[in-house]
Design a protein around this ligand. Structure first.
Ligand SMILES: Nc1ncnc2c1ncn2[C@@H]1O[C@H](COP(=O)(O)OP(=O)(O)OP(=O)(O)O)[C@@H](O)[C@H]1O
Ligand SMILES: [Mg+2]
Length: 308
């Protein structure tokens, strides 16, 4: 059987976007347009992987009616959902987009606390799912009840089975997981400066090296419209996308991770997988949706990405 990419969303959410033609605090509004998808960054990655034709299984914690929606929405996209049930309702994250005023207001629930029994059961499920996996993508924040050591535990288990691990998270969860030796870490500038404890990152490559000194095997720093810099055992590359008129870059990092992962599954060498990742990130910037690049944009941009 072909091996799949396994995406891990421990803090999955129902991502709801309310689009308004004018929005003011304290007023009653009728929603002009509504979008609702299985969210959490790892589920964004899963959808883009699917678009790229990669076999993908999505896991994490889900609870209640909201959890049922998360599973169904993934299945509707052709993604196998292998979630661990938790008590309570999975969280909803609300984005209120005022297309007249050009503002975005976000409201994020914390979500239910994951009980220790569910965390334990999840680890067993994760081990079983690793059997069919080629790459594991661990993206996003941790829910209440799960400590910062959790991602390191997942990385260790994956590495013990020779499954490639991609990690995209921030803060304490990121710091604590590096010692387990993730195969690729994908910070953006903010995540890097959080890691370094500095207000800005002047030298992304030097910052990536300090992440490797902390245990990462390779680091791809995403730099928005400037593309990315990669440092790993195979070499160092700068990857630059063409200049585009960006519409919405939210989820570009998730699209990048999906493109790189799909590249690995296709057996591409690292620079070519990075090229596909950057093309996906940039293609996502061209659409209104979150992590919703169009296949034809990816194809066109791929030929314009410079890898050096
Ligand atoms: N304005 C832009 N123009 C062209 N490409 C972009 C732009 N913004 C992002 N990209 C592409 O997307 C990739 C990832 O972007 P970015 O560094 O913004 O990720 P991120 O901050 O992790 O995003 P998110 O966490 O919202 O998914 C970049 O490497 C680049 O290829
Ligand atoms: Mg990101």
């Amino acid at each position: 059987m072909t091996k799949y990419a396994l995406t891990v969303a421990v803090n999955a959410a129902v991502d709801t976007s309310y689009i308004f033609d004018g929005f003011a605090v304290g007023e009653i509004h009728t929603v002009a347009e509504l979008q609702r998808v299985a969210g959490g960054k790892a589920n964004n990655v899963a959808r883009v992987l699917k678009l790229l034709g990669a076999p993908v299984v999505a896991t994490g914690f889900a609870g209640g009616g909201a959890g049922a929606f998360i599973r169904q929405d993934l299945e509707r996209h052709g993604i196998a959902a292998e979630y661990e049930e938790i008590p309570g309702e999975s969280r909803t994250c609300l984005a209120m987009v005022d297309r007249a005023g050009g503002t975005l207001t976000e409201v994020r629930e914390k979500g239910p606390t994951v009980p220790p029994e569910a965390a334990e059961a999840f680890l067993g499920r994760f081990e079983r799912l690793l059997d069919g996996a080629r790459v594991v993508v661990i993206s996003g924040s941790l829910p209440p009840g799960i400590g910062p050591e959790f991602y390191g535990m997942l990385v260790e288990r994956a590495r013990a089975r020779g499954v490639f691990t991609v990690l995209d998270t921030s803060g304490a969860a990121l710091k604590a997981a590096l010692g387990a030796g993730p195969d690729l870490v994908k910070p953006n500038r903010d995540e890097l400066s959080g890691f370094l404890g500095t207000s800005d990152v002047t030298d992304p490559l030097a910052a990536a090296r300090s992440m490797m000194a902390a245990g990462a095997r390779a680091v791809a720093v995403s730099l928005g419209k400037e593309g990315l810099v990669y440092i790993g055992p195979e070499g160092t590359w700068r990857v630059k996308p063409p200049a585009v008129d960006a519409v919405n870059t939210v989820g570009s990092g998730d699209s990048l991770v999906a493109g790189f992962t799909a590249g690995l599954l296709r057996g591409l060498a690292v620079p070519e997988a990075l090229r596909l990742g950057v093309a996906c990130g940039t293609a996502n910037a061209l659409t209104k949706g979150v992590a919703s690049p169009r296949a034809e944009d990816i194809e066109r941009i791929l030929g314009q990405v410079v890898v050096e």
